[in-house]
Ligand binder design. Structure first.
Ligand code: F6P
Length: 517
């Protein structure tokens, strides 16, 4: 069934009328006065995650119309097509099957996915066996993951997030930037005989990763490293290129795993090294539980769907252009960066599946910092600035430390910020006034565990899927990163030669400046 673009549906027009009549002037404080069940109606339990959506600028009628929009756009059919392995990424003619990576070995898969699933299972076992063998090898004290984008952000974020589960004795380093300061800073403290390098690249062609990998190999050889085979492994779909580079130990994945959806694949090896095979399987279990929820819960009780619909409501009717992520847990400090790639690389598109320009907004800007730090930086603007930014608070009920008093203070701050944004405060009518009515969603995990992290990340993936499906765009390609790569290749030799022929005056002027001295 062909998907229908959101702006070509009857529900879209109804939503616009409803927004003009009621939505624009909606006041969530008044809504709480008139809707005694608002908290339960707008909160949603899902596997390992509870979400309070009641502080959002939405009422039952708006949600009902958004659900009609989802149905008219064919969201369910599109979702089912993804799970069935149809090529829903048409510009690359690929299936989108990251969900297969977390499918339990004991449960059947559709016949057409049986061969792929066999490969998934055998690669997962090989990778987890390897992870366990390296964990048991006490001569390896440092693991350096060299990769960028999806080959860095997911593993880095998860290893930090799950620090409390990481066995002592190994340090994890993530090198992504082509900026040599990053690699040099890591290498400074390493000894080759105690180091394992993981070269993580789906394509094994990404310029940053190849440059860092070559330098790491050179450093290894020049510092007396003897056995590349035991100190380098590659995580890639391009086995041939990894072998040509000189790496024998490779763990593969498949073209139907997008880079930003790849932490569940061999790209997750650093996570498995950090938290062990059981921990990695628990991460997959949490994600699979959320996949099942997304697949089977009715749309009105489906957390990723409700979130994706809110995203459409805010972006296309309220006109909000950004969303803030405030994890109230310092271990989640790389979560905003990870979510940035997930959402902005997926949905930062301006043409639909047929290549036609869309004349409505797509991906918002995502950004954020852990609380309470953000409160002493950007929250001023959230409370009293001229723009409304829907916020997302993430709080974990149980602390993983026993320092007295800290966790209650942390949770109190998360609750207070969401409350303050909503209730506001009338004071002098000027500098000390808080307008309030500023929306937020609040996520609660009982513990920050592999399961809850896996479930939350899968929820976000499906939320991005939902808004992308309604917008009728391809959430699974990323052509927008290509032009800059090509131009950087052209400019690099000019930095040495000084040749500015054919460059625009600004680039030529800057290039000359960077060559001076
Ligand atoms: O930034 C573009 C991109 O292709 C991302 O989608 C991807 O995660 C990243 O580069 C790294 O790619 P690779 O894993 O092939 O090195």
């Amino acid at each position: 069934m062909k998907a229908v673009r959101c702006d070509r549906t009857a529900a879209w027009a109804l939503l616009q009328s409803y927004f003009d009549a009621q939505g624009r002037a909606f006041d969530v404080r008044r809504a709480f006065d008139s809707e005694p069940n608002r908290f339960s109606a707008f909160s949603q339990s899902a596997p390992f995650v509870f979400a309070d959506l009641s502080k959002n600028l939405v009422d039952a009628r708006a949600e009902e119309l958004l659900l009609s929009l989802a149905r008219e756009c064919g969201l369910e059919a599109h979702r089912d097509a993804m799970f069935a392995g149809e090529h829903i990424n048409p510009t690359e003619d690929r299936a989108v099957l990251h969900t297969l990576l977390r499918h339990p070995a004991t449960e059947p898969v559709p016949a057409q996915l049986a061969d792929d699933f066999k490969d998934v299972q055998s690669t997962l076992s090989a990778m987890l066996d390897y992870a366990e063998s390296v964990r048991a090898d006490h001569t390896i004290t440092d693991v350096v993951n060299i990769g960028i984008g999806g080959s860095d952000l997911g593993p880095q974020m998860a290893v930090l997030a799950l620090a409390q589960y990481v066995a002592p004795g190994k340090r994890f380093h993530f090198v992504s930037n082509v900026d040599g300061h990053e690699l040099a800073g890591v290498l400074r403290d390493l000894a080759p005989e105690h180091t394992l390098f993981l070269i993580a690249s789906k394509t094994f062609t990404t310029a940053e990763t190849m440059t860092n990998a070559q330098s790491a190999k050179r450093w290894f050889e020049q510092s007396g490293g003897l056995d590349i085979a035991s100190h380098f492994a590659a995580l890639t779909t391009n086995d041939e290129a990894a072998r040509a580079f000189g790496i024998d130990k490779t763990f593969g994945f498949w073209d139907w795993v997008g880079g930003r959806y790849s932490l569940w694949s061999a790209i997750g090896l650093p996570i498995a090294l950090a938290i062990g095979a059981d921990g990695f399987r628990a991460l997959l279990t949490g994600a699979h539980a959320m996949d099942q929820h997304f697949k089977t819960a009715p749309l009105e009780d489906n957390l990723p769907v409700r979130l994706g619909l809110l995203d459409v409501w805010y972006r296309n009717f309220h006109g909000f252009t950004s969303r803030g992520i405030a994890p109230y847990h310092s271990a989640l400090k790389r979560l905003p960066a990870y979510l940035q790639q997930l959402e902005m690389e997926s949905n930062g598109k301006r043409v639909d599946l047929d290549g036609a320009l869309v004349d409505f907004g797509t991906s918002p800007v995502l950004w954020g910092e852990p609380g309470t730090n953000g409160q002493h930086a950007y929250f001023q603007m959230l409370h009293q600035g001229t723009d409304v930014v829907p916020m997302e608070f993430i709080a974990v009920r149980d602390a993983a430390h026993d320092l007295e008093g800290h966790h209650a203070k942390l949770l109190a701050n998360a609750l207070a910020q969401a409350q303050a944004l909503m209730v506001g405060k009338k004071d002098d009518g000027g500098h000390r006034d808080f307008p309030g009515n500023r929306p937020s969603s609040f996520f609660v995990f009982e513990q920050l565990s592999p399961e809850s992290l896996g479930a939350f990340l899968a929820c976000y993936e499906h939320r991005v899927f939902t808004s992308g499906a309604l917008w009728g765009i391809n959430s699974f390609d990323q052509w927008g990163v290509e032009l800059g790569k090509v131009l950087a290749k052209d400019i690099e030799p000019r930095l040495a030669s000084g040749n500015v022929d054919g460059l625009d005056p600004s680039t030529a002027g800057l290039l000359a400046r960077l060559r001076q001295g």
